[in-house]
Design a protein around this ligand. Sequence first.
Ligand code: HEC
Ligand code: HEC
Ligand code: HEC
Ligand code: HEC
Length: 464
Amino acid sequence: MKATQPMRSKVGLSVILGAIALLSLTSWSLKGAEVDPNQLKFPQQYDSWQATEDQVERDDILAQYPANIILWAGSSFAKEYHSPRGHQFAVADVTHTLRTGVAIAEGDKGLSASCWTCKTPDAPRLIKEMGIQGFSGANFVDLGREIKSVVYCSDCHLDGSAKLALPRPHAQDAMAKIKLPFDKQNHTMQGAQVCGQCHVSYYFQPENNNKVNIPWIFGSTADEIEKYYDTRRFYEWIHPISKTPILKARHPEFEHWSRSAHAKQGVTCITCHMPPATDEKGATFTDHKVGGALDNFDRSCANCHSSKAGITKKLDKTKATIDAKARHVESLLIKAHYEAKAAWDAGATWAQMNDAIMAIRHSQWRWDFATASHGMYAHNPKEGIELLDKSTEQVTYAREVLARILSQMSVTEVEYPDYSTKEKAHAAIGFVEADAMKAKHAFIQQEVDKYWHPVAKTGYSVSE
Ligand code: HEC
Ligand code: HEC
Ligand code: HEC
Ligand code: HEC
């Protein structure tokens, strides 16, 4: 708390500026002509929070790395997958992606509302109203009309104050599991934990109505999480090509950071992504335009690192090393999936295949845990390299076992797919993007454009 006290009193001075800032309000935040009290009270934080709307750029990961389409075949990740962008797009992007909502077919349960959990403060609100299982058991589309805000003040603060908070029950539980209960942490760790509510690996618990759970009972490393999943015999889906029971990692930024050299120095997500800024009057406030860390080198890094060029060069080099390893593992994993398919097609039994299939599962898990973490090369390059090396070892073992099985069964040729482009990889797994887009457009026109809050459309023109 020590750090915020002086800042808070300075912020108090800028209330007058808030009145000026009112003039520049955009229409959607003025819904019903009501002014957000947080904007009046904390204009600098509010305006910088809103400015994440400038961060429009994102990469089409499936176009960049079409191999991912084959590795994620059988799941919605193979349909569309983009890198993250500004917090203001959180609701619109999850609404528009091919991974979520189209009209639900009769008798189909559709996707769990749990997908809303990390996009909006309306999720913790609805969890309170409906109960955790009532919320997660509801449908993503059915709750769409309830969603009125993107990642917001109350996702990280006690409403209306600067005090940090963790409103998501699954995050409270998870931090307790790794012996870092939120209420007992200092201000620095609490700052990282508010990000760790969402920038963390999770899964939906099938036996609990698809409730969000962070699988940290044994700890938060790839090995410990894998042990948790293996002992529960959990899988996300059965891979349609190799029949592997797949594990899916989701952006474990908190996990990777927590074991980094920076974390040991007390450098957190906040140091690098929300550095201090100064307003026109010279008062200091925390920049809430959460975005690229290097964009603000002077405020984020320069206290400890003197040369931006030097750090950038080092980061580029680490990124290239990790990227090369990731691409290599992907190519081996694809071969393994198709070699397994050839063995099944030739009549192999589970007794023969078990070792190879488990090695594919474990290898793909580590590859995913490394690559699904955005900014791994900056957050914890050492762990990234170790994960990918182990992943390579495991898939190599899988392929050795498969080679023996194939030779026993006199299979001499295996057909591998062409995944040189996104289109070709989609064709290889039988996904027709144009059809999925048509269904999505119809859903957007008939439901989202008519009935959902404007935040569901930020960055998208109507009927896009
Ligand atoms: C994603 C999490 C997050 C969101 C969203 C967020 N804050 Fe913060 N905020 C923080 C963190 C973390 C700090 C503390 C930074 C520090 O002291 O290390 C902070 C600090 C503050 C402070 C203390 C003064 C300062 O600038 O350091 C105020 C006031 C504040 N936030 C207001 C707001 C308001 C108003 C909103 C909504 C418009 C908001 N915050 C949204 C994470 C968030
Ligand atoms: C309530 C969930 C939630 C919280 C809390 C949260 N984020 Fe995010 N964050 C997201 C989502 C969702 C996206 C992706 C939005 C999109 O692409 O539409 C994102 C995107 C980002 C990006 C990418 C921005 C860009 O322009 O590329 C960064 C960096 C980031 N978050 C850092 C943080 C940090 C640091 C914190 C803590 C201060 C934090 N986030 C807290 C959900 C959250
Ligand atoms: C030592 C500084 C540092 C720390 C600490 C740090 N990050 Fe980062 N982060 C970076 C850098 C550098 C990148 C690479 C892209 C960039 O320049 O921002 C990055 C990338 C990201 C991205 C991907 C952005 C994108 O558009 O692809 C997210 C999300 C993110 N960080 C979230 C977090 C979270 C959450 C934490 C804390 C758990 C954290 N970071 C801790 C420096 C840091
Ligand atoms: C409070 C001080 C501090 C801040 C702020 C800080 N760093 Fe560091 N950083 C360190 C220390 C200390 C090390 C050396 C860790 C080690 O090698 O044990 C380090 C190491 C690094 C390394 C080398 C890691 C490796 O692979 O050896 C990179 C790259 C880096 N920092 C980038 C950044 C970036 C980018 C930012 C700002 C977004 C940043 N740091 C902010 C203290 C800091």
